[in-house]
Design a protein around this ligand. Structure first.
Ligand code: NAD
Length: 495
């Protein structure tokens, strides 16, 4: 159902805003109020084709634009994003529900990726060795791939495209962005800034859409590389289909992130940090703590302290001051999270703090779930393995750190694992043995800054090169090796 008076969102293709020849429109909903904000088109395959062809045409001259000139556009984009910072953050809160401070943090990380990509003239350099054999030189140079695309999830509408997009174009590729159809507005705002850059038309393109648009990207012959971030089943599907079509592909998937709390951990700091990790962004972060494993005496102290913190968290509309946690993205998400809490109880856990069906005065229609703590979760139960993607922390108790690491390593995901302790030896053992791509020591959200790759292991990632930093440069370039010999006889004749 769509409301007739809402604005219909446009795509940005070949340097121009245009309406998709879409057959279907979806309402974009403010999750705190349940009010529709706009209608987003589910662009058909022909729209993807227009964008891909425009990007392919633009590639011919964009790749010849010197790297130091290409990054000048990114310097200007950074400045425009700084000026529009508050507007971008508010748009994230409006369509995604997170608090304004969380949205600001997200945009800061997006800008950081633009800043790093400005270093492409250094980062994209190759290597060479003179006289690799007598009179022979060998060079490895990096060249762009052509057209690339990102398919993004709903939970970081402003940041996640920036894990890829600035690096892609700085390396000389041209690009398509397909945001989540649930949060299309933030990228519209970003592309309004991009429109002011006077980039050559077709270098950056925005196409709104859902599955049909995704499949068209996966199958399009001119699209050479695809970055995906989203749930594991979709990540696996995209990885398989894109790879079968001969494309370079990197897919970041779902998670079930554990944190271990040792008896010597600083209780106040650990509680604060793990609560922020589990309940920040209403638990809708791929790096949200989902399981807290207490070891030895940490059980009683941590359980009491995290329960108090969870129960006292201020939940409401993210644009209002003092609010610490907003709603989850949709009514269906709320129902799914509440059903998973019930499944946990059915599987033997106790809802020590039960956040189901809260009443948030003034926002009765919003998609809210309050922080929830499930106690005595059986490590073998389904709820201990399922990604909930909501503000639910499951408590598990074990006797030793070895058992805790063994439990972590038995899980299907490997996005993040954290340890809280004052022991350097325990930290070293954990860092060495834990099977996850992002490790936190006394950190609750071990999100790599843009200088480092956003790692992920096991079913949290399909591919080899990750987003951000030098990995992104390698993903968006192909190496060419040149072996050269020049006859010494010709040297002297030149001069
Ligand atoms: P999602 O998988 O439902 O959607 C992601 C994208 O895929 C969207 O653009 C959507 O349009 C498209 N899509 C969805 N279903 C599809 C299908 N059947 N065929 C083709 N395309 C499809 O994910 P979401 O709900 O938007 O995001 C939440 C998920 O993303 C969570 O699992 C979370 O852990 C994960 N996530 C992972 C990371 C990471 O870095 N590993 C970061 C953020 C989010």
């Amino acid at each position: 159902m769509t409301s007739p008076t809402l604005p219909i969102l446009q795509n940005y293709i070949n340097g121009q805003w245009s309406y998709a020849a879409a057959t279907e429109l979806l309402d974009v909903i403010n999750p705190a109020t349940a009010e529709p904000l706009a209608k987003v088109p589910l662009s058909p395959a022909e729209t993807i084709d227009q964008a891909a062809q425009a990007a392919q045409t633009a590639f011919k001259s964009w790749r010849k634009t010197p790297a130091p000139q290409r990054v000048q556009y990114l310097f200007r984009l950074k400045n425009l994003m700084e000026v529009a910072f508050e507007d971008l953050a508010q748009t994230i809160t409006l369509e995604c529900g997170k608090t304004l401070d969380e949205a600001r943090g997200e945009m800061r990380r997006a800008i950081e990726n633009v800043e790093i990509a400005c270093g492409i003239p250094m980062m994209m350099q190759g290597t060479n060795l003179e006289d690799i054999a007598t009179g022979i030189d060998e060079l490895m140079i990096r060249q762009p791939l052509g057209v690339a695309a990102v398919i993004a999830p709903f939970n970081f509408p402003g940041m996640i495209p920036f894990w890829f997009m600035p690096y892609a174009i700085a390396c000389g590729n041209t690009y398509l962005v397909k945001p989540s159809e649930r949060v299309p507005l933030t990228m519209i705002k970003v592309f309004e800034l991009i429109d002011q850059l006077n980039l050559p038309p077709g270098v950056l393109n925005l196409v709104q859409g859902g599955r049909e648009a995704v499949d068209a990207i996966l199958d399009h012959p001119v699209i050479r590389a695809i970055s995906f971030v989203g749930s594991t089943p979709v990540a696996r599907y995209i990885y398989n289909r894109a790879a079968a079509n001969g494309k370079r592909v990197q897919c970041q998937g779902g998670a079930k992130n554990p944190v271990i709390i040792l008896p010597d951990a600083d209780l106040e700091m650990t509680t604060r940090i793990t609560a922020d990790s589990a309940f920040g962004c209403a638990g809708q972060r791929c790096l949200a703590a989902s399981i807290a494993i207490t070891v030895g005496e940490a059980r009683d102290t941590y359980t009491e302290s995290i329960a108090q913190t969870a129960a006292s968290r201020v939940v409401g509309y993210g644009l209002e001051p003092g609010v610490q946690m907003g709603p989850v993205i949709t009514k269906a998400s709320r129902q799914r999270i509440e059903a998973l809490i019930q499944a946990g109880v059915d599987q033997g856990a106790t809802a020590l703090v039960d956040g189901r069906s809260p009443q948030i005065p003034g926002y009765e229609q919003g998609h809210f779930v309050r922080p929830t703590i499930l106690q005595n979760v059986d490590p073998a139960s389904e709820i201990a393995k399922t990604e909930i993607f909501g503000p639910v922390l499951s408590l598990i108790h074990l006797d030793t750190i070895d058992q805790a690491i063994e439990l972590i390593n038995s899980g299907q995901y490997g996005n993040m694992a954290c340890l809280f302790t004052e022991s350097g030896a325990a930290a070293r053992q954990f860092r060495y043995e834990a099977e996850a791509g992002n490790i936190g020591i006394n950190i609750g959200v071990a999100a790599p800054m843009a200088f480092f790759p956003f790692s992920g292991w096991k079913e949290s990632f399909f591919g080899d090169l990750h987003g951000q930093g030098q990995h992104a440069v390698e993903f968006f370039t192909q190496t060419k090796v040149v072996v050269e010999r020049w006859s010494p006889k010709s040297w002297s004749r030149q001069f």
